[in-house]
Design a protein around this ligand. Structure first.
Ligand code: URP
Ligand code: ZN
Ligand code: ZN
Length: 584
C-alpha cells in the first residue's frame, strides 16, 4: 500500500449554495489499491474533487466534515441479501426499509438482493414484483440477482430480456432445496451455457440436495428433530462436493461462476483448488459475516430459539477454527467477497420448525454488522490491511457485478457512497440496539473495533455520530451491465493460456503448484500508514495445519463429529408423524 499523493489540478469551485454539497477534510482515503491523505468534495451525490485543501476553494456554508484521524472508505457493498423474502410459511422481517436502514447504520451503502421466482412463475414477473417491493422502501442503492429456480425455454428467453433490458447480469442456481429450487446437473449445464452466451455471471448455492434430503429423513426418523439436525444433515463434505461439481460444470461450458455463501474449510479449499486449476479465471467465492463471526456450536444449545436463530444454509460449522480459516482465504485471495445473506426471522417464525428442523425458516442477520466484523477479525487482528478490507467488503463485488467504478471506490466521478470509519472506536453488538426488525442477533454481545462515524449515501449524510437518519425510498435501482471486464477479460485469455500449457505438457505440475500454495500460503503484505502489521505466527500455522489436515484425510472434519453423542443428548419434541415437506 502506498501513501503517494494524487496528482492534483487546481479546481476553482465557487459554490452558491450548501445544498447537496459536502466537503470532507483531513482524512485518509483507503481504496482497494492504495491509501493516501486527501480531501473530498461532493456535489449532487457525486465525488467532484479529491486532493489537497490548497487546491480547492470552498466557500462558507458548505457542509464540512472533519475526518482527522479517521479513514475515508468506499461504502460497503453487500452482494447477498434477502429482504422481505417469502420462505415457506414465513416472510423475512427485515423488509427493504428496515434491511437497508440496518445496512446503512453499519456502513453498507449498497445491497444486491435476490429475486426468487416461484416454480412456473415468469422470472420477469418475479423481477417486477421485487422492484415494486424495493423501490419505494430502499434507503440505499440496490441491485438484483435473479434465481433460476426452474428451467424451461421460456425461462431461457426471459434471462435474455433481464440481461439486455433490465440491468441483471447475475443468476443464482441451486444444487440444494430438493423439490423446491434444486436443478439437476443437466439443467445446470444448460443454464450455465445460456449465461455464458450472454456474457453474464452464474451464481450457485452449492450443497448436494439429494444427500441432504436423505440424511434429513433418516435423522427425523431416528428422533433427531431439533436444530442440530440441520447441520448433521448437511455436513461440510456435502457442501464441498457440490462446490467441486459446480466448478467443473461451469468450466465445461466456459462460464464464470460465483459461489455464494462458502461456509466451510472444505468448500473454501475447493474454491482455492479450482482457482489454481483455472488460473484464477472462472471461479469467485463469497463467504458470510455469519461464517466469519460465529460458529455451529450454537446448534447444540438446548434452547430451541437460540439454536434455531443460527439456522441458515449451508449451516455454520461446529469446528471453531473455521472462521479464522475462511478469513485467511479472504486474505490470500482464495475467496474474494463477503456478504451477509441477511434473511431474518423472528423467534415466533423460527418456531415453525419446532419438532422438525427441516421446517425452520433458513436465515440470519448480518447486513448491519458485516463491516465491523470483518474489520475486527481481519484488520484489527492483523490478518490483512485496510486496502484488502475495502476489496473484500466493496470493490471486488463492484467489479464482479460490473458496477465499478460507479461504486466500490473513492474516485472523481464515482457515486458519493462514503464511510468515515473510526478504526479505534468499539461497539458492542446487540438485538436491543441494532436497526434490524428482528428480535435476535447471532453476534449478540460481541465487541468489535471499527465504527462508521459518518455514512454518506450518494452524498446524503445518513449516519452521524451514532444517529441514523435514512430516507425511505431514497435508494435507486442500479443496473448491472453485461460482460464485467474483471471477469471476462481473464476468461477470454483462456485459449492462449491453454495452448501454452499443452505445448509445455505440464498438466500435473498444476497440482504440484496448488499443493505448494495451499500448504505454504503466502501471507499478504500488511502495511498501513507506514506501519507494518505482522500476521500472527500462530494464525499462519493454524491455517497451514488446517489445510494439511484436510488434504491428509479428505473431509475429515465432518466425519469427526460424534453424531451418536449428539443424538442421545437431543430431547425429542413432537416426533414427526409423516414425510417432512421442509427445506431440503
Ligand atoms: N441462506 C439461507 O439460509 N437463506 C436464504 C436463502 C439462500 O440463500 O439459500
Ligand atoms: Zn443460498
Ligand atoms: Zn442467500
Amino acid at each position: 500500500m502506498s501513501s503517494s499523493p494524487q496528482p492534483v489540478k487546481k479546481v476553482p469551485i465557487h459554490l452558491q449554495s450548501a445544498q447537496n454539497r459536502v466537503y470532507i477534510k483531513n482524512g485518509e482515503i483507503v481504496n482497494h489499491d492504495k491509501a493516501f491523505k486527501a480531501d473530498v468534495y461532493i456535489e449532487d451525490g457525486i465525488i467532484k474533487f479529491i486532493g489537497a485543501a490548497a487546491d480547492i476553494t470552498v466557500p462558507g456554508g458548505v457542509r464540512t466534515i472533519d475526518a482527522s484521524g479517521k479513514l475515508i472508505l468506499p461504502g460497503g457493498i453487500d452482494p447477498h441479501t434477502h429482504m422481505q423474502l417469502p420462505f415457506g410459511n414465513a416472510v423475512a422481517v427485515d423488509d427493504f426499509y428496515h434491511g437497508t436502514k440496518a445496512a446503512v447504520a453499519g456502513g453498507t451503502t449498497m445491497i444486491i438482493d435476490f429475486v426468487f421466482p416461484n416454480k412456473n412463475e415468469s422470472i420477469l414477473e418475479a423481477y417486477d414484483k421485487w422492484r415494486s417491493w424495493a423501490d419505494p422502501k430502499v434507503c440505499c442503492d440496490y441491485g438484483l440477482h435473479v434465481g433460476i429456480t426452474w428451467w424451461s425455454k421460456s425461462v431461457s428467453k426471459e434471462i435474455g430480456i433481464l440481461c439486455n433490458e433490465l440491468g441483471v447480469n447475475s443468476f443464482k442456481t441451486f444444487m440444494a432445496y430438493k423439490g423446491l429450487y434444486q436443478l439437476n446437473d443437466s439443467d445446470l449445464l444448460d443454464v450455465f451455457e445460456r449465461i455464458r452466451g450472454l456474457n453474464a455471471v452464474a451464481m450457485v448455492h452449492a450443497e448436494n440436495g439429494d444427500i441432504i434430503a436423505k440424511n434429513a429423513a433418516r435423522l427425523l426418523a431416528e428422533g433427531v428433530t431439533g436444530p442440530v439436525g440441520h447441520e448433521l444433515s448437511r455436513q461440510e463434505e456435502v457442501e464441498a462436493e457440490a462446490v467441486h461439481r459446480a466448478c467443473i460444470l461451469a468450466h465445461q461450458v466456459d462460464c464464470p461462476l460465483y459461489v455464494v455463501h462458502v461456509m466451510s474449510k472444505s468448500a473454501g479449499i475447493e474454491i482455492a483448488r479450482a482457482r489454481q486449476r483455472y488460473r484464477k479465471k472462472y471461479i469467485f467465492g463469497e463467504t458470510l459475516a455469519a461464517a466469519l463471526g460465529t460458529d455451529g456450536t450454537h446448534y447444540r444449545c438446548e434452547h430451541f430459539g437460540h439454536a434455531a436463530g443460527h439456522v441458515l444454509s449451508p449451516p455454520l460449522r461446529p469446528d471453531k477454527t473455521t472462521p479464522e480459516f475462511l478469513m485467511k482465504l479472504l486474505a490470500s485471495d482464495d475467496l474474494q467477497t463477503t456478504g451477509s445473506d441477511n434473511c431474518t426471522f423472528n423467534k415466533e417464525q423460527k418456531e415453525l420448525g419446532l419438532g422438525d428442523f427441516t421446517k425452520i425458516p433458513n436465515g440470519v442477520n448480518g447486513v448491519e454488522d458485516r463491516m465491523s466484523l470483518v474489520w475486527e477479525r481481519g484488520v484489527h487482528s492483523g490478518l490483512f490491511d485496510p486496502c484488502r478490507f475495502v476489496a473484500i467488503t466493496s470493490t471486488n463485488a463492484a467489479k464482479i457485478f460490473n458496477i465499478y467504478p460507479q461504486k466500490g471506490t473513492i474516485a472523481v466521478g464515482s457515486d458519493a457512497d462514503i464511510v468515515i470509519w473510526d478504526p479505534q472506536a468499539t461497539r458492542t453488538i446487540s438485538k436491543d440496539t441494532h436497526h434490524h426488525a428482528c428480535d435476535f442477533n447471532i453476534f449478540e454481545g460481541m465487541t468489535v473495533h471499527g465504527v462508521p462515524e459518518y455514512v454518506l449515501v450518494r452524498g446524503r449524510v445518513c449516519v452521524e455520530n451514532g444517529s441514523v437518519r435514512v430516507a425511505e425510498g431514497f435508494g435507486r435501482y442500479v443496473p448491472s451491465p453485461l460482460r464485467p471486464a474483471f471477469v471476462y477479460d481473464s476468461i477470454e485469455g483462456k485459449a492462449e493460456a491453454e495452448q501454452l500449457e499443452q505445448q509445455n505438457g505440464n498438466g500435473s505440475s498444476q497440482i504440484a503448484a496448488l499443493d505448494a500454495h495451499v500448504s505454504n500460503p503466502q501471507p499478504p503484505a500488511v502495511m498501513f500508514s507506514g506501519k507494518s502489521i505482522p500476521p500472527t505466527p500462530e494464525g499462519s500455522r493454524a491455517r497451514v495445519d488446517g489445510i494439511r489436515d484436510l488434504q491428509e484425510s479428505s473431509f475429515s472434519i465432518s466425519q469427526e463429529l460424534d453424531t451418536s453423542a449428539v443424538r442421545s443428548s437431543i430431547k425429542v419434541k413432537n416426533p414427526p408423524g409423516g414425510k417432512s415437506s421442509g427445506f431440503w
